[in-house]
Each structure stands twice: as C-alpha cells, then as structure tokens.
Design a protein around this ligand. Sequence first.
Ligand code: BYC
Length: 329
Amino acid sequence: MYTQGLDQKQKTDKSAAESEEQLVHFQARVDAEEKIEAKDWMPAAYRQTLVRQISQHAHSEIVGMLPEGNWITRAPTLRRKAILMAKVQDEAGHGLYLYSSAETLGVSRDEMVDQLLTGRAKYSSIFNYPTLSWADIGMIGWLVDGAAIMNQIPLCRCSYGPYARAMVRICKEESFHQRQGFDILVSLSKGSDAQRRMSQASLERWWWPALMMFGPGDADSKHSAQSMAWKIKRFSNDELRQKFVDVTVPQAEHLGLKIPDPDLRWNEETGHYDFGEIDWEEFYQVLKGNGPCNRERLGARRKAHADGAWVREAARAYAAKAKDRQAAA
Ligand code: BYC
C-alpha cells in the first residue's frame, strides 16, 4: 500500500541523496515544532527509528493482551470481567492504530508481524512476566499502564504527526486503564488480610520490572540522544523513570503497600525519591528471550497467527473476486 522508502538497505545507509541542505531544513522544521507528515521528506534514519519504535510499541500492545487475557475467565465478578474484556480489547485497538501509523512510513503490516513472530522485533520486557493472582491485574493497570502513560504522554508531542495523533487517543484510554487497576487494588486494600497479602506479594513481583519498562539508563541508551534531537522522545529514559517513581510512591502509601526497595527514600535536596539499583542483568536476559514467559508469549502469538490463516486467505479471495467483478463491470 505504502511503498515509499520500502527498501530497507537504502534506509540504513545515509543515502547520497540526503544533502546537507535537506538535513538542515528537516532539523529546522523539527526545531520549529512543525509536524512531519508521511509524504514529507525525512532522513532515512529518522524513518527507520520511527518504524523500529512504533512497531515495537504496536507489538507490545498486542503481546500485552496475553497476561491480562489470562484472567478474563477468572475475574472475581461479572462487572470486573466486563471491564477487563473492554480493556484487553482496547489494547488490540492500540496495536492496530500503531501498526497503521508505522505503515505510513513504508513498512507493511505483514513485514512487522513477521519480525515479531521470528523473534527479530522486540516488545516491552514487562509482558514476559506471569500474572499469578488477581492482584496482578490490578498491578498491571496501576503500574504497567501508569508507566506507559508517563512514557506515552510526551509521545503525543512526537515530531511525526501520524504517531503523535495515534498517541492522543491511546493515552486517554491508558489513563482509564490505570485507574481501573488502582481501583482493583483499592478494593483489595479494604478487603481481608489474605487480599492485602496478595497485593503486597504482587507489588514485590511487579515493581522492578515496571521500572525496567523505561529502558536502559541514559548512559546505556543508544537511541535516546538522536531521538531527542529529532523530538521523537521528549524526555530521557531516566527522567521518565524518576517521574514515575515520584508519583507512584505516594499512591503505594495510600494503598498501604510497601515498595520492595530498601534504598527508597525522599530526598529533600533534590525534591525527588532516591531509589535502589535496577538489576540490569535481569532486564537484558528478558530482552534476549530468557524471561519467565518469553517462549510462552511468542508461542501464543505464533499459534494465533497460524489459526487466523484462513481469515487472511478468505479476505484475499474476497478482494480478488471484488477486483474481478469491478474489472468485468
Ligand atoms: N523492553 O536506546 P534505548 C503498554 C530496547 S505497551 C524491551 O533506550 P529507545 C501496554 C530498545 O528498543 C508499552 N526492549 O531505546 C500494553 C532498544 O533496542 P533496539 C510499550 C526495550 O527506543 C498492554 C534497546 O533496548 N511502550 O503500554 O530510545 C497493556 C536500547 O534502548 C525496553 C512503548 O513501546 C523494554 N522495556 O527507548 C498495558 C513506548 N527498553 O530497538 C500497557 C514507545 C528499551 O535497538 N517506546 N528496549 O533493538 C519508547 O518510548 C522507547 O522505544 C523506549 C526505549 C523508551 C521503550
């Protein structure tokens, strides 16, 4: 459908066609806060960075349906079940807006899905952890969607128009998701001792993986500097992580939960919470495919893709027939 710049090889080289003048003009547009649109000229590396980030983001939304989908049949009440189904459905919608946004850059949906299923594309590390209790569903809403919002609100101001516009709607829905997670935990906090223990155990499993969602520390983040210069990212990984800790700690206190970090304390001087060292070895192991659920998640996506083959075939056959009918008319 969109074919401009489809040749991946060309995209990786700073093509000879990219004159200094074009690059300077492009950067001036970005600096002036103009939105870059699909048909505008852009450096090949800008296009490639966006395809990488947006497709990873889309895959995260789709894979992110799995840990929560696991609890739809076991939600404690009909109301919670209906809410959870709507939330999981929203995540599918987010994936679809994001795939569409990436397609405007000249990559096909098939290509992106293939990259995910063959393990060449990343998706958020957080979805490689299991949902063992109902409190984990609260924790995903409160912490995972909470971290996602912190990261994604600035993406509504991303320099690439189709991504920025997709993010506006996504952030509105994520904000509802975050509140539903917090609401689950408020209910549990008012419940029995066993329910409070379940929430505490869940926070102990999800806290550190949630902090890892923001990506490597600034010193190790290979893409941040360029992405910030292009105004794709507005804040560094560490800045967003700090903002998240600062807003989340008082919420944990409200829930009567203890964050599993002995080094966590308010720092009067900086006006922020200090927190302990993240286990980066665990993060990189998850990225390499060695997290608790990596194989299960990819297995589920591959099965869904194979089970859906007949739908794609039927759609193709229908489209071919419609084309023939049109040609004959
Ligand atoms: N997990 O140079 P860096 C959701 C990779 S979905 C896996 O800092 P960048 C939700 C990174 O891709 C949440 N990989 O990269 C859904 C890069 O690898 P490559 C998803 C990670 O791009 C359902 C390498 O590490 N949100 O909200 O400047 C239910 C070096 O990193 C991670 C998004 O995708 C990670 N956590 O910054 C509920 C938001 N972190 O590509 C909720 C959009 C880093 O060189 N994405 N890596 O092989 C972003 O904002 C940025 O891409 C990141 C990373 C902040 C994630």
